[in-house]
Design a protein around this ligand. Structure first.
Ligand code: GLN
Length: 485
């Protein structure tokens, strides 16, 4: 089997036994990227020299017997992660020349373990989108069908896994941006609990919702990646100081008696029949494995999308105020005076969707509308949180679809923001509640596109998700399906 086909754990085993070197695995990935990325556009920046230098350093560590599970593994990061000395654009023209002076904590943690950085992955501009069509670096094509979107905003992170261009990747999820592209590209995508992984050095979109997580080929790899990045960070005051469990130890295969909730609000009329079929099959599999199903209700689900688009845009309008052309990023030329310099730099640097959101958020925060919109949205957010707290009194996990449809065609929703926003109807409530969830491959549509299902657990219940997902994976073949090369 080609080295780029291996899971992280399989590659680790071969590195450990010295059957292959990190240089060989890294070269295989770099060749695969250069042979295929003209079709997918998953990468914004490829860093071949750094990758080979990282690989050689890893091979030395391995020879000295100092390896961890991640030593020598070729990874790639969404372009939202700051990487010292390496271009970091966040998919935006306004950062098209930005070389960060330091790196994100999550990347630092991976570096300590000796990973190889292949490059930076394409994404929607400032992580605003569900289709990876809003990137200043162009659309990403879904490896399963290049006429389709890969999902967003971590579209490059999901496409690179599906296209076998990286062994694992990191993405971020504010309203679904790890889970929805994972579902559309047939990979495992985990959004940890808010506070589980440091956000330090991750370009902020909506700070009370953003969270870092892995996209991988299977559940074991997801556990390995989460293990490496989880934990308290003194540089992020919202990261939580509670012990990080041994996530791989959670992969016991035993889910007898696990109580799974099915929220009635998520089984809406008009759900795509292929998505419904994937849900039905998943329920049948879990029943066979000894899980029990409970009908539950998350009564405020209907308000989640509206609530999210008030809170996320309000926070974005504040976070994006720093891009003014003064200290870094794009600066307009030939302007008269400071105000014109700000306004021209920002009009030239930001794309349409980002501008729309800055305006929406500024409006929601303006005096006169603050109480009517922003404060109201915060109250509804609390109700949505309570829905989950109540539900988890009776169940261990909640099972739902990830997205209402499989991947749609490029261009299909781009000019219809409301339709686009509805792509995240099943993922957004999890971010508002601050809890954790995973997208897990669980089906194939009639036209051959992957479909994921979502497992949600209570805050810091990642072990339960991993255990349930792993048991499903052991019993099914979905995670072994692959996009054509
Ligand atoms: N699609 C949602 C949005 O556009 C979620 C994006 C995300 O999770 N970063 O805001």
């Amino acid at each position: 089997m080609d080295l780029f086909e291996l899971t992280l754990y399989e590659l680790h085993t071969k590195l450990k036994s010295r059957e292959v070197s990190s240089r060989e695995a890294t070269s295989a990935m770099l060749n695969r990227i250069s042979a295929s990325d003209a079709r997918f556009n998953a990468f914004i920046t490829v860093t071949p020299e750094k990758a080979l230098a990282d690989a050689d350093a890893a091979d030395k560590r391995i020879a000295a017997g100092e390896m961890s599970t991640l030593t020598g593994i070729p990874l790639a990061l969404k372009d939202i992660f700051l990487t010292e000395g390496i271009l970091t654009t966040c998919g935006s023209r306004i950062l098209n020349n930005f070389i960060p002076p330091y790196s994100a904590t999550s990347y630092e943690k991976l570096k300590e373990q000796g990973v190889v950085l292949l490059g930076k992955l394409n994404q929607d501009e400032f992580a605003m989108g569900s289709s990876n069509e809003s990137s200043a670096s162009g659309v990403v094509h879904n490896p399963w069908n290049t006429d389709c979107i890969p999902g967003g905003s971590s579209g490059g992170s999901a496409a690179a896994i599906a296209a076998r261009q990286a062994t694992a990747t990191l993405g971020t999820d504010t309203g679904g941006s790890i889970r929805q592209p994972a579902s559309h590209c047939g990979c495992v995508g985990l959004k940890p609990t808010y506070g589980r992984v440091s956000r330090y050095g991750v370009i902020a979109y909506a700070s009370s919702l953003d969270q870092v997580g892995p996209l991988t080929r299977d559940v074991t790899d997801s556990a390995i990646m989460l293990q490496a990045i989880a934990g308290h960070d003194s540089k992020d005051s919202t990261s939580v100081n509670i012990a990080v469990p041994d996530y791989r130890a959670a992969l016991t295969g035993d889910i007898k008696g696990l109580k799974i909730g099915l929220p009635k609000e998520y089984f809406i009329a008009g759900l795509d029949p292929d998505v419904q079929a994937a849900m039905d099959n998943t329920i049948a599999t879990y029943r066979r494995l000894g899980a029990e199903f409970v009908d539950i209700s998350l009564p405020h689900t209907d308000y989640a999308v509206a609530t999210y688009y008030l809170i996320a845009t309000a926070e974005a309008s504040a976070n994006l105020a720093r891009y003014d052309g003064v200290r870094f990023g794009h600066r307009a030329e030939q302007t008269e005076g400071l105000l014109e310099m700000y306004s021209k730099s920002r009009s030239q640097g930001f794309g349409t969707e980002v501008k729309r959101r800055i305006m929406l958020g500024t409006y929601a925060l303006s005096s006169g509308y603050y109480d009517a919109y922003y404060v109201k949205a915060q109250k509804v957010r609390t109700l949505i949180m309570r829905d989950f707290i109540q539900a988890f009194e009776g169940v261990d996990v909640i099972l739902t679809p990830v997205a209402p449809t499989p991947a749609f065609k490029i261009g299909e929703k781009f000019n219809d923001p409301l339709q686009m926003y509805l792509s995240d109807i099943f993922t957004i409530p999890v971010n508002l509640a601050g809890t954790c969830a995973m997208s897990l491959p669980a089906g194939l549509s009639s036209n051959g596109l992957p479909i994921g299902v979502q497992l949600i657990a209570k805050p810091f219940g990642e072990e339960t998700i991993l255990r349930a997902a792993h048991a499903f994976e052991q019993a099914t073949e979905w995670h072994t399906m692959k996009a054509p090369l």
